[in-house]
Structure formats: structure tokens, C-alpha cells
Write a protein that binds this ligand. Structure first.
Ligand code: GDP
Ligand code: MN
Length: 354
């Protein structure tokens, strides 16, 4: 489960890890909340990175600019996501931006601490290999903190508690990834977590009854921005097989999407909306094999969602399993063609391509 920045920062705060002072705004609320200190930075809370480069982080100098900035961010779709919340943070004066992460390295069965001196939005362009990359355990947190101090050139008084608390937050939250980029060194000589990306292990949810995070469809993966066939399937295995079949027929799959068991009209609508952000899609392939899922529910969801997106490309649908007969009738009544097999869908797409 991927957390939004503000959710991840709430966890950091609860482990006494320094984050900027903030106020949270719901995009639906029609008033500007109290307590905003200017200048500030307004940040779109979408479950993807690279917001800075896509206009999702706006500096606001004074009160006269805030309403405009809120409305701009509320309607800015980033990689297909619209924010439900905006994070307003005190604007830090940056001396340096670093990269710091804890992650699980499955091949060595360890947690590793990775750092780079040059963090920020260009971090992926760092070609120098001077990363700090250490295995970290509860016995080595203090020495890792000191090594980070030496590497970044700071006093261990600052980095030791930071690393200790990050490690604690990582382990106690059953994280699989905790990435701070940028870790900001401010003009007041403080190290503050400017941004935080955190992923939690879904299988550990039973240990954390308090986990209540905004749900996101992390099951949508963009595969090829020039791909013409969008795919929707239920179950990761079927979704992968669907993508493979599209490719095997010499067509290009734009995305992978596993809508899971309970495909509601809202799920299908969100899927259609994300697909519409992929510029080259001309065909939408829906492949559902229903066991626990009920085909008639999926059919209703498709009908409702299609109504909401008028410019949707043509659908190529195969629904099999529980209540398929009823589902196919519903779709037929709504003038939506269905196909008996995936193969038949692919043949129809390839025919329409000619
Ligand atoms: P991302 O692009 O989605 O990773 O969003 P970030 O939260 O990392 O913000 C992108 C960039 O915005 C950062 O690398 C900073 O350069 C800048 N930024 C974010 N917060 C502040 C701030 O408080 N002060 C200043 N000066 N820059 C900021
Ligand atoms: Mn960032």
C-alpha cells in the first residue's frame, strides 16, 4: 500500500522525525483554513512522484495568491490523478537537498539505508555512483547514523537520532519503502524531511488496526505511452496474461490494470478516466473471469461508467463466470457488444485496426 505524502509524514511525526509545519486542505472545502503561515508551499496529494516537475508543487508568497494556487492544483491532473487533498507547508529555505531511503533488499534479506548527497527532483539523473548504501539493523542504527553524518558532512548529533527514528518508523510500520527526497538542510542548519514516499506491507495490515489511509489503485501500471490497446482485467494473473496476449498479437498494450474482486462503477470509472490520460489509446479490452466477482455487477459498472465518459474509445469485452449470462444481456440491452473469448476480442480489435 502506497501512502500519500501527508499520510507518510503523519507517521514520521509520530516518531519524532522532523517534517515541515503544515495545514491540510480538502479540495472540496470552500474556505481557506486558518493557520497558514506565508510564504508557504502548496503540494498536490497524489499517489505518484515527480509532482515538482509537473506543476504539482506551488510556492505561495502571500495571502493574495493562495486561492488561485488552491484552485490551480485542485484541477491539475498529475499522471492521471486528481488530488483530494492539498498539503500546505511552511516554505523552507533550502541550503542543500539530499536523498535518504530505507528499503527492503530481498536478495540479501536485509534493510538497507541508501543516501545520496544530491537529492531533489533531478535525483534520477545522478550518474555518480557515490551513494551511501549500508545494511542496517537494530544493532547498527547508531553507527549508520554516524556514517551518514560523515557521508553528508553533518554533525552526528543530527543524523544519529534521524536514522534511529527512521529505522524505528520503518520497522514498526511494517514498511517496505521509506524514501525522503529531498531531505532538506535548511538555512537554520536543520535537517527536515521535505517529501516522503512510504509503502506499507499489505499483509501486515492485521497488525495495524489503526491504518486508515486513502485507498488508491496501485494496480494500474502504465506500460507504453504510445500503446493503443488499454487493458482491464480482474486478478493479477489474468491481467498479466491479457497484456501478454495483446503483445503476442503484435499490438501494444498501453497499461496493466487489475481491478480486483469488487469492480464497482466507481472503480471502472476511475479506470476509464486514467485510460483517457494515455494519449494513444484507441481500443479498450476488458477481460473478466468472475469467481467471487459477479459479472452482472461488472456489466452495470461498465454501463454506468461509459455513460459518464462520452468520448470513450470502443470497448472489447469478454465476461465469463458467475452471472455471465445476465451480464451479457445487460450489455446487449445497452448496445454494448461482448465477445465469448479473449481471442475473439483480440481478433475484433485487429480487424478494426485495418
Ligand atoms: P516530488 O517532485 O513529487 O518529489 O515533490 P517534492 O515534495 O519532492 O517537491 C519537489 C521540489 O520542490 C523539491 O525538491 C524542492 O526543490 C521544492 N520544494 C518543496 N518544498 C519546498 C520548500 O519548503 N521550500 C523550497 N524552497 N522548495 C521546496
Ligand atoms: Mn520528492
Amino acid at each position: 500500500m502506497k501512502l500519500l505524502e501527508y499520510e507518510a509524514k503523519m507517521i514520521l511525526e509520530s516518531f519524532a522525525i522532523p517534517t515541515p509545519k503544515h495545514v491540510l486542505i480538502d479540495v472540496k472545502q470552500e474556505y481557506i483554513p486558518l493557520g497558514i503561515v506565508f510564504p508557504c508551499v502548496l503540494k498536490s496529494q497524489v499517489p505518484v512522484g515527480g509532482r515538482g516537475k509537473l506543476g504539482g508543487v506551488i510556492s505561495v508568497h502571500d495571502e493574495s495568491e493562495i486561492a488561485q494556487a488552491i484552485s490551480a492544483l485542485s484541477s491539475l491532473s498529475i499522471k492521471g490523478f486528481l488530488p483530494k487533498k492539498l498539503l500546505v507547508e511552511e516554505k523552507l529555505t533550502i541550503k542543500h537537498e539530499h536523498y535518504l531511503a530505507l528499503l527492503i533488499d530481498r536478495s540479501s534479506a536485509t534493510i538497507r539505508l541508501i543516501a545520496h548527497k544530491a537529492g531533489g527532483v533531478e535525483v534520477e539523473d545522478n550518474t555518480s555512483d557515490e551513494f551511501l548504501n549500508l545494511p542496517i539493523t537494530s544493532n547498527t542504527v547508531a553507527s549508520s547514523g554516524r556514517k551518514l553524518a560523515t557521508y553528508l558532512g553533518y554533525d552526528p548529533i543530527v543524523t544519529e537520532p534521524l536514522v534511529k527514528n527512521l529505522y524505528k518508523a520503518f520497522v514498526s510500520s511494517d514498511s517496505t519503502l521509506l524514501e525522503i527526497n529531498p531531505l532538506i538542510y535548511t538555512s537554520d542548519n536543520l535537517l527536515i524531511c521535505g517529501d516522503c514516499k512510504m509503502e506499507l506491507d499489505d499483509s501486515a495490515a492485521f497488525r495495524h488496526k489503526q491504518w486508515k489511509f486513502e485507498t488508491q489503485d496501485s494496480n494500474f501500471v502504465v506500460l507504453d505511452k504510445k500503446g493503443t490497446v488499454a487493458t482491464i482485467a480482474n486478478g493479477a494473473g489474468l491481467a498479466m496474461a491479457t497484456v501478454d496476449e495483446v503483445q503476442a498479437q503484435g499490438m501494444s498494450a498501453a497499461n496493466f490494470l487489475d481491478v480486483g474482486g469488487g469492480a464497482t462503477a466507481e472503480t471502472v470509472l476511475q479506470a476509464f478516466k486514467r485510460i483517457m490520460t494515455l494519449g494513444a489509446v484507441s481500443y479498450i479490452l476488458i477481460n473478466i473471469f468472475a469467481g467471487i466477482t459477479r459479472c452482472d455487477e461488472v456489466a452495470r459498472a461498465i454501463i454506468e461508467a461509459r455513460r459518464a465518459v462520452p468520448s470513450l474509445p470502443p470497448l472489447y469485452i469478454r465476461l465469463a463466470g458467475t452471472n455471465a449470462k445476465e451480464a451479457n444481456k445487460l450489455l446487449l440491452d445497452a448496445h454494448i457488444t461482448t465477445f465469448p473469448t479473449l481471442d475473439a476480442c483480440l481478433k475484433a480489435i485487429s480487424g478494426d485496426m485495418k
